[in-house]
Design a protein around this ligand. Sequence first.
Ligand code: HEC
Length: 196
Amino acid sequence: MNSDTKSLFSILSVFYGGHLIRGILVGVIGMLLIEVLGVYLCAQLGAIPANADAKPPFIEKWLARKALHAAIDRTAPRTQNPVALNDANLLDGIKLYAADCAVCHGTADGEASHIARGLFQKAPQLARHGVEDDTEGETYWKLYHGIRLTGMPAFRETLSENEIWKITLFLKHMDSLPPMPKKAWQALAPQSAHSI
Ligand code: HEC
């Protein structure tokens, strides 16, 4: 190959190389734009489910769980519960739970209220699906921050840290309460309509 053919070859390869890269870029950006437009059109036409009376698709559940666990792993407190385990603190936790949580998470009978049953995501009935095996830091995080796009509220603005730790203490020991708090827990009015 003489030097003239060589330089012609390199000019051609730069030209075609650049062309190819530009083609790929235009293709990728085009695809992205079409996807964004597609999602927008689906939302505009009402094709994205916005109703609460449906089962969440697998992918939505998987993504939401993944995001929640990653956030908790990163930011939940790793400290012990600063509130002492005694009857007075457990009783305070139960009182706070009755006021702010029972409507969605039920009382000792484990039966869901109409509100709990209509929620999307479903609110677990904590007497049946308790969180005793979760760390207190994880439960504290959920109460403090809430869980986005579910009915689970953030209580950071309405309860003190001490109150949130007291409810956390109660949830951690819900299945092994000492006699007095246990009596108070079992005396809370059921939330399910059929027991009115
Ligand atoms: C308006 C309804 C509502 C109220 C009130 C509410 N929650 Fe929730 N909560 C939910 C829903 C819905 C979920 C499920 C979120 C999900 O699927 O990730 C949830 C999730 C939780 C969880 C996680 C359960 C698990 O299995 O990991 C805990 C713990 C919890 N709530 C505690 C409380 C406490 C304590 C209160 C009161 C201070 C409270 N919630 C008030 C609706 C509510």
